[in-house]
Design a protein around this ligand. Structure first.
Ligand SMILES: [Zn+2]
Ligand SMILES: [Zn+2]
Length: 573
C-alpha cells in the first residue's frame, strides 16, 4: 500500500525511539513528528549521542524494518494514559495538552508504545529506506527556559533509490549553503552585538539587493502598481483595530512609550496601507488600488528556529495590497499570478507550482465571499495554464490563498509567492467605496508578496546559483587582471572605459602571479576575467575568459561591451 510520505516518516520516528529505548533504556522521550525533509525525535538523556551512536541506532532501525513489525493502535482513558506514561515526564506534559474529552490514542510497534494520534503504516516493513542524518540540541517546546533535549534527525523514503537521490541532493545543498557562501563571497553577516536574526548586508550583497529592488520597483510601475512608503512603528490603537494585538501578539516586539502612548514595531505593512486607503472617501472609479511597498517588518521568532537568511527576525517583504470591487477580483488575481510568474522567471525560476488553500473550519467572512474568492483563485490558476494542488481547509481564518512554490537548480521546492484574500481587515477597518449605485460597499482586499522577503529570497538565489550570479545580478561583473605591474596603468584605463559603459568592473592590484589572480577571481564567481599582458596593453585589448563560455580570445572594449550588454539583457544564465 502507498502511504503519504509523512506517515512513512513519522513511523520511522517511532522506530528511532524504539531503537533508542533498546540501546539507551534510561532515555526520556518527547515527540517525533515528520518534517518537510524527514523526521526527528527529541530525547532527554545524560549520555550525548555520538556519530557512532547514530550508526548503531540506524542499524537497529533497519533490523526493526526487516522484522515487519505491525503498528497497532489502541485508545485509553486519561488515567490509563497517565499510568502508561508514569516514568515519562515530557510525555505527561504532552498528554496534558490533549483537550479534555478528546480521544487519547497510543501506537504499539513491537516493544515500543507511544502516545500518538497517528496515522502509521501497517507494519515497519513498509518503510523502504531510512537514514539518520544529524543530532542537535533542542529546548523542550522550543523554549530556552525549558530543559535542553537532544534531537536526532533522520529521513525515510519508500525506496532506497529515492533515499540515495535525496542524499545526493543534500550533499549538493551543503556545497551551496547560503550561510557558507555568504561568508566566502562577503555578501552578508550577523553580529552578536546587533542580535540574532538581524541581517547586516555587506557591500556585495547590498549591491545585489539594490539590483533586485530596482528591477522589482520598475516592473511594479510598469505593471500598474503604485509604490508606498510607510513608517516602521505605529500606535497601539492601530494594532488593536487590525486585531494584531489580539491574534498576533506573540509575534510582535514589546511596545515603546512615546508621549505616554504605546508604539509597536510593525510585524506587517497592511494596516498602514489601509490607512492610506482610508485617508478619503473612495469611489468605484478609482479601483483597483494596487499598492506595493518594500516594507521592513520585525517578528519574534524563537532563537532556535532562526536559520541564516531563511528565517530571521527583521526582514523586508515585497508586499502589495490590492483593493478592488467584487466584479474585478478575478481579473486582478489573474494579473497577480501572471506578474508573479514573470518576476520569478526573471530570477531563473521556471518550474513553478501553485497550491490553493481553502476555507478552514474556523473562518471569518460570509461563505459566499469565500466561495467567490476561492473560485476566482482556481480560475486564475487555470487561465495561466497551471495546475494547482488543493489544500482543503488549509486557508487562514481570514481568507483563501494561493502559494507558489519554485524549484531550484537542485530540485528543491521553495515557497516564494503568496496571494492571500482578507475578509477580516476590510471589516475591522470598515473599508468602503461608493459604488455605481451611490451606495457604500465593502471592497475585496488581497495581500500578496511575490518573492516573499528579500532576505529569504536572496538566500534562495545564492543557493540556486551556487553564488555564481547571472551577469545582470553579479556584484562584480568583470575583473581586470594586469599580468604584471607594467600593465597596471593600461588596465586602469580599460576599466575606466568599461565603468563609463555602466558595468561593474574591478581590478586586481596585488602583485601576485597571474595564476593566483585568476584563482582569486574565480573563487568570487566573477563572470568575466579580462587579462591584460604586454600585447593586450599595446593593442588596447583584453584576453577574455567568460565563466559561462570559456576562453574568448583577445577582444576590444567595444566587443566586450556588446557581448556583456546582450548577456545582461538575457537576465538568466
Ligand atoms: Zn506516531
Ligand atoms: Zn498585508
Amino acid at each position: 500500500m502507498d502511504y503519504p510520505i509523512e506517515t512513512l516518516r513519522h513511523s520511522a520516528a517511532h522506530l528511532l525511539a524504539s531503537a533508542v529505548k533498546q540501546l539507551f533504556p534510561e532515555a526520556k522521550f518527547d515527540i517525533g513528528p515528520a518534517t518537510e525533509q524527514g523526521f526527528y525525535y527529541d530525547f532527554d538523556l545524560e549520555h550525548r549521542f555520538t556519530a557512532e551512536d547514530l550508526k548503531a541506532l540506524e542499524k537497529a532501525m533497519k533490523k526493526l524494518i526487516g522484522r515487519k513489525i505491525p503498528f497497532e493502535r489502541f485508545e485509553v482513558s486519561r488515567d490509563e494514559a497517565k499510568k502508561l506514561l508514569a516514568d515519562q515526564p515530557y510525555k505527561l506534559e504532552r498528554l496534558a495538552d490533549i483537550e479534555e474529552g478528546a480521544t487519547i490514542s497510543f501506537y504499539k510497534s513491537g516493544d515500543f508504545t507511544d502516545l500518538c494520534r497517528g496515522p502509521h503504516v501497517g507494519n515497519s516493513g513498509e518503510i523502504g529506506a531510512v537514514k539518520l542524518t544529524a543530532v542537535a540540541g533542542s529546548y523542550f517546546r522550543g523554549d530556552e527556559k525549558n530543559p535542553m533535549l537532544q534531537r536526532i534527525y533522520g529521513t525515510a523514503f519508500a525506496t532506497e533509490e529515492e533515499l540515495q537521490n535525496y542524499l545526493r541532493q543534500m550533499e549538493e545543498a551543503a556545497k551551496r549553503d547560503h550561510r557558507k557562501l555568504g561568508v566566502e563571497l562577503d555578501l552578508f553577516g550577523f553580529s552578536d552585538q546587533v542580535g540574532p536574526g538581524l541581517v547586516l548586508w555587506h557591500p556585495r550583497g547590498a549591491l545585489i539587493r539594490h539590483l533586485i529592488e530596482t528591477y522589482w520597483k520598475e516592473e511594479h510601475y510598469r505593471n500598474g502598481y503604485e509604490l508606498l512608503y510607510t513608517p516602521h512603528i505605529g500606535q497601539s490603537t492601530l494594532w488593536e483595530t487590525s486585531g494584531h494585538l489580539n491574534f498576533y501578539h506573540d509575534g510582535m516586539y514589546a511596545p515603546m512609550q512615546i508621549d505616554e502612548k504605546d508604539y509597536y514595531v510593525k510585524p506587517m505593512n497592511c494596516p498602514f496601507h489601509i490607512e492610506v486607503y482610508q485617508s478619503r472617501l473612495r469611489s468605484y472609479r478609482e479601483l483597483p488600488m494596487r499598492w506595493a511597498e518594500l516594507g521592513t517588518v520585525y517578528r519574534y521568532e524563537k532563537s532556535g528556529s532562526l536559520h541564516g537568511l531563511m528565517r530571521v527576525r527583521g526582514f523586508t517583504q515585497d508586499d502589495a495590497h490590492i483593493i478592488c470591487t467584487p466584479e474585478s477580483i478575478e481579473d486582478e488575481i489573474c494579473e497577480v499570478l501572471r506578474f508573479s510568474l514573470h518576476i520569478n522567471r526573471a530570477f531563473g525560476f521556471t518550474d513553478i507550482k501553485p497550491y490553493l488553500s481553502t476555507r478552514p473550519e474556523k473562518a471569518v467572512g460570509e461563505p459566499e465571499r469565500w466561495e467567490k474568492a476561492t473560485a476566482s483563485l482556481a480560475k486564475a490558476v487555470e487561465k495561466c495554464g497551471l495546475k494547482c494542488e488543493v489544500d482543503e481547509g488549509g486557508g487562514a481564518f481570514y481568507g483563501p490563498k494561493i502559494d507558489l512554490k519554485i524549484k531550484d537548480a537542485i530540485g528543491r521546492e521553495w515557497q516564494t509567492t503568496t496571494i492571500q484574500f482578507d475578509f477580516n481587515l476590510p471589516e475591522r477597518f470598515d473599508m468602503t467605496y461608493v459604488g455605481e449605485d451611490g451606495q457604500r460597499h465593502r471592497p475585496y482586499m488581497v495581500h500578496r508578496a511575490l518573492l516573499g522577503s528579500l532576505e529569504r529570497f536572496f538566500g534562495i538565489l545564492v543557493e540556486h546559483y551556487a553564488g555564481a550570479f547571472p551577469l545582470w545580478l553579479a556584484p562584480e561583473q568583470a575583473r581586470l587582471l594586469p599580468v604584471t605591474e607594467n600593465q597596471l596603468e593600461a588596465a586602469k584605463a580599460l576599466r575606466a572605459e568599461l565603468l563609463k559603459e555602466g558595468f561593474r568592473v574591478g581590478i586586481e592590484t596585488q602583485s601576485a602571479g597571474l595564476g593566483a589572480k585568476i584563482r582569486a577571481a574565480r573563487q568570487m564567481r566573477i563572470p568575466y576575467l579580462l587579462v591584460v599582458g604586454e600585447r593586450e596593453a599595446a593593442n588596447r585589448t583584453m584576453s577574455v575568459r567568460s565563466r559561462r563560455d570559456g576562453e574568448l580570445g583577445e577582444l576590444s572594449v567595444g566587443e566586450i561591451v556588446e557581448r556583456m550588454r546582450k548577456e545582461v539583457a538575457e537576465k538568466t544564465i
